[in-house]
Structure formats: structure tokens, C-alpha cells
Write a protein that binds this ligand. Structure first.
Ligand code: TGC
Ligand code: FAD
Length: 402
């Protein structure tokens, strides 16, 4: 005799099970007490401060700036930096911070990625003692917001061919050019700008309000709507030598920052995927069609199981990457593989969850469509999927196919 279809209550996949459906391989158990504590405190912040407002922010195309002091108070800005009022946490903690923030929204994780990995990191790694002292403590407290200008309107995948340039004039530099798609650009107090010079690519710290510098916000985005994105324009902007990063010349400057931020994304997107799967587990258990819960259908279970498989794989990849980073042995190509795998995983899951919600899936009242739209940016920025595939291909073959 056929087994009776379970009631919605008994259909909950996690009920009575020792396994957490969002952590089937017990990654949490592999964390240190400090790592777990960091994850829990960020999770509480996201539950209390992000989830209640994020749908409205997304719909209204606004970044919730009021969150910045709260992120700072928890030590989430420049969290990996030692000293300068920063928390000095390890790489796994930074990953977990990104994961929990992106469970809320990619835009919030983006804000923290840019502030921490793309602005504070280059100042810390390549800045002068005076630059570090001037910017880092205030950035850690959220009093100064940063942005990172690398991409240009004519093509972001190939930054070696940037047109923005700086020339010496006396003891100063004159900066000309344009950057495009810059997260935090319109709200930033300082822009870390990469420009071609006669010596090679160098990093310039351009303060808000410097004559000739403007940063208009980009409108009409259908992705990362709870994040500010801008163009940066430089028209004979005078930058003093004291605002040039002295510690690096060449493309490895910006690319080394990208390695830090891409690492965070490898973890962050897991949070977005978990948020989608969590909602689908609840929804499919209670949605009754053809006299049984949606979750009682084989094809639905296969799709949910496939999501859990892919999230689990991404979690293990991120954790191992984090352990390599903390051991000081992580290579950029390993970050490329994880950024490619984990972004693809999250985007596919968000799209599939959107579909399983049926018509409700197109409403921002459910999280998957917001995550899905955000993840279209996340799979594109910090190196498109193709760029990371070609990076892995280059490693395997020794042939540069860019
Ligand atoms: P290539 O010859 O490979 O390298 C030039 C120099 O850089 C070094 N290098 C790295 N150093 C540190 N970390 C890395 N990941 C590095 N990758 C390369 C390399 O050793 C070399 O050094 P040296 O001393 O020999 O000169 O450069 P290439 O021109 O062939 O380019 C390679 C390619 C295509 C991979 C690179 O251009 C690339 O990654 N393109 C994608 C650009 C990108 O990702 N843009 C992102 C912009 S920022 C952003 O999207 C922020 S979104 C933020 C948010 O909201 O979260
Ligand atoms: P292009 O480089 O023009 O690429 C177009 C297409 O061509 C892509 O599909 C790409 O994969 C493909 N392609 C490129 N090269 C090859 C090849 N050799 N072979 C095959 N296919 C190829 N940038 C910053 O500097 N700072 C920021 O803060 C920032 N924030 C962003 C925020 C958002 C919301 C978005 C959407 C982007 C942001 N970016 C930022 C820019 C982002 O990094 C770029 O969009 C990305 O690097 C791709 O550059 P592009 O858009 O010019 O596309």
C-alpha cells in the first residue's frame, strides 16, 4: 500500500533530525569558539537590523546608511587588520562575517567588502605610516567610508589597459580619467583610485570634495539596489604626493586587494544561497498541491537535495580556503576557483528557488528574487565567471587565453 503523504508538519526536512539542513557536514562544529561567536553575533545583527528593513531598501533603491555605526560597533570594518582600532580577526572569521551579512543582502556584504578588503587593506598593506594613522581608525569606526576605483567604462575585465592616468606636476600629481560601477562611490569620503603613471599603475587616495573630482550615483539598477554604485570622474584633480600609496607599483596592487575581497565573496554567497533554501524548505512544507505538500514530490526533493549538496560543497571549499589563508599559503588561483564555483552555486539556487515559489517567486516579499538579482552582480564583479574560469585554465595549461 502506498505510504500516506506526510502532513506539512511532519514534512519539515529537519524535524527530528540531528542534522542542520543548512550545514549537513557540520562546518560549524569545525569552527573555533571565537569563530562561532563571531558568526553568532553577526547573525543576530542581521536578524535584528537587516532582515526587517532590507525589502524596503531594495524596493526604494537605498543603502541603509544607518547600519554603518552598528557594523562598526561589532568590529566588522577592517576586521582582519591588526591595530588601528581594528578587530584583528582571522580569515575564517572574516568569511563568516561575509556569509552572515550576505544572508541578509549582498549589498550589505558589498559595503563591508569594499570598506575592508578594497580600501582599508591597500592602505594597511601599501600606505605610509601617516596614511594608516589618518584613515584606518576612522574607517574602522565607520566615520570615513571608502570606495575602490579600478573598473573603467571601456572594459573592466582588462584593467591593465586602464586609461585613467596621473602625471607629476612639481611635488604633486594631476589625475585625469573615469571609473565606472564603483560601490559606495557616491557616499565615499575617500576613493582608492588606480591610475596609470610613467612608473606603472599606482594607487591614489582622493578625498571627497577635492576640486575636479565628482561621483554621481548610477540609477536604474535592477541588482544590488540596497547598495550605492557610482561613476568617478577626475578632471585635472590635484593629488599631493602624501596621498599616493608608496608601497606598491603595478597591477599586482589592485589585484592583491581583489584577492582579499574575492575571498570574502566565496563565503558571502553561501549566506545568500542558505537564505533561499531556508525559505524554500519552509514554503514547500506548507504549500499543498494535488493533496500533498509540495515537498512530498520527488522532483522537488531532488531539487532541494541538489541545493543542499551544492551548498555543502561550497561550505567545505570556503572553509579549506580560509584555513589556507590563515596559514598564509592561499593562492589567487584557488580564490578564482572558489569564487567561480560558489557564485555559480548561489545564483543557480536563487533562480531555482524563485521558480519553486511559482508566482510568489516574483515578489520581493520572498527573498529569492532579491538574492537572484543581486547575485547577477556578484557573479560579474570582482572578476566575471569567465575571468575566473580562464584563470584556472591558465593554471592548468600554462597558456594565457585572456
Ligand atoms: P597578470 O599578468 O596576470 O598579472 C599582473 C601582475 O599582477 C600579479 N597578480 C596578482 N597579484 C596578487 N593577487 C592576484 N590575484 C594577482 N593576479 C595577478 C601578477 O603576478 C603580476 O605581477 P608582476 O609583478 O609579475 O607584474 O595580469 P593580466 O593583465 O594578464 O590580467 C589578468 C586578469 C584578467 C586575471 C586580471 O586583469 C583580472 O583579474 N581581471 C578582472 C578585473 C576585476 O576583477 N575587476 C574587479 C574590479 S573591483 C570590483 O569589482 C569590486 S566589486 C566590490 C563589491 O561591491 O563587493
Ligand atoms: P567587460 O570586461 O566588458 O566584459 C563583458 C563580457 O565579456 C563579460 O561576460 C566577460 O566575462 C566577457 N569577457 C571579457 N574578457 C573575455 C575573454 N578574454 N574571453 C571571453 N570572454 C571575455 N569595479 C570597481 O572597480 N570597483 C567597484 O567597487 C565595483 N563595484 C561594482 C558594483 C556593481 C553592482 C557592478 C555590477 C560592478 C562593479 N564593479 C566595480 C565593476 C566590475 O568589476 C566589472 O563590471 C567587471 O569586472 C566586468 O567588467 P565590465 O563590466 O567592463 O565587463
Amino acid at each position: 500500500m502506498a505510504k500516506a503523504a506526510p502532513s506539512p508538519d511532519t514534512a519539515r526536512p529537519a524535524a527530528g533530525s540531528a542534522l542542520d539542513p543548512l550545514d549537513l557536514y557540520g562546518v560549524r562544529a569545525a569552527l573555533s569558539d571565537e569563530e562561532r561567536m563571531v558568526q553568532e553575533s553577526v547573525a543576530r545583527l542581521v536578524d535584528a537590523e537587516v532582515l526587517p528593513i532590507i525589502q524596503r531598501c531594495f524596493e526604494e533603491h537605498t543603502f541603509p546608511r544607518e547600519l554603518v555605526p552598528k557594523l562598526a560597533a561589532l568590529g566588522l570594518l577592517g576586521s582582519s587588520i591588526q591595530g588601528y582600532d581594528c578587530a584583528g580577526l582571522n580569515a575564517v572569521c572574516y568569511g563568516l562575517i561575509c556569509q552572515e551579512l550576505e544572508r541578509g543582502d549582498s549589498g550589505i556584504r558589498s559595503f563591508v567588502s569594499v570598506q575592508s578588503s578594497l580600501c582599508m587593506y591597500p592602505i594597511f598593506a601599501y600606505g605610509s605610516a601617516e596614511q594608516k594613522q589618518h584613515y584606518l581608525p576612522r574607517m574602522a569606526r565607520g566615520e570615513l567610508i571608502g570606495c575602490f576605483g579600478l573598473t573603467e567604462p571601456h572594459g573592466g575585465s582588462d584593467p591593465a589597459n586602464m586609461k585613467t592616468h596621473a602625471k607629476r606636476r612639481g611635488g604633486d600629481w594631476v589625475l585625469n580619467g573615469a571609473k565606472m560601477w564603483i560601490t559606495n562611490g557616491a557616499i565615499a569620503d575617500v576613493a582608492v583610485v588606480w591610475a596609470q603613471t610613467p612608473e606603472g599603475i599606482r594607487g591614489f587616495l582622493v578625498d571627497k570634495g577635492t576640486p575636479g573630482f565628482s561621483a554621481p550615483e548610477i540609477q536604474h539598477k535592477f541588482s544590488l539596489r540596497a547598495s550605492v554604485t557610482a561613476g568617478l570622474f577626475f578632471d585635472n584633480v590635484l593629488v599631493p604626493e602624501s596621498r599616493v600609496l608608496p608601497g606598491v607599483t603595478g597591477l599586482k596592487g589592485p589585484l592583491s586587494c581583489l584577492t582579499q575581497a574575492r575571498y570574502g565573496i566565496c563565503w558571502g554567497v553561501i549566506g545568500a544561497a542558505q537564505a533561499c533554501l531556508r525559505q524554500l524548505l519552509d514554503y514547500s512544507a506548507t504549500r499543498t498541491l494535488f493533496g500533498r505538500p509540495l515537498a512530498a514530490n520527488q522532483t522537488i526533493q531532488v531539487r532541494l537535495a541538489d541545493m543542499a549538496r551544492r551548498i555543502t560543497t561550497a561550505q567545505l571549499l570556503a572553509l579549506q580556503l580560509g584555513r589556507l589563508k590563515d596559514a598564509g599559503t592561499m593562492l589567487p588561483v584557488q580564490v578564482s576557483l572558489a569564487k567561480w564555483n560558489n557564485c555559480r552555486m548561489a545564483l543557480d539556487i536563487a533562480r531555482d528557488c524563485r521558480d519553486m515559489l511559482g508566482g510568489a517567486g516574483i515578489s520581493a516579499e520572498y527573498a529569492p528574487i532579491r538574492h537572484m538579482l543581486n547575485l547577477e552582480s556578484v557573479i560579474t564583479y570582482e572578476g566575471t565567471e569567465t575571468i575566473h574560469q580562464l584563470t584556472v585554465g591558465r593554471e592548468l595549461t600554462g597558456i594565457n587565453a585572456f
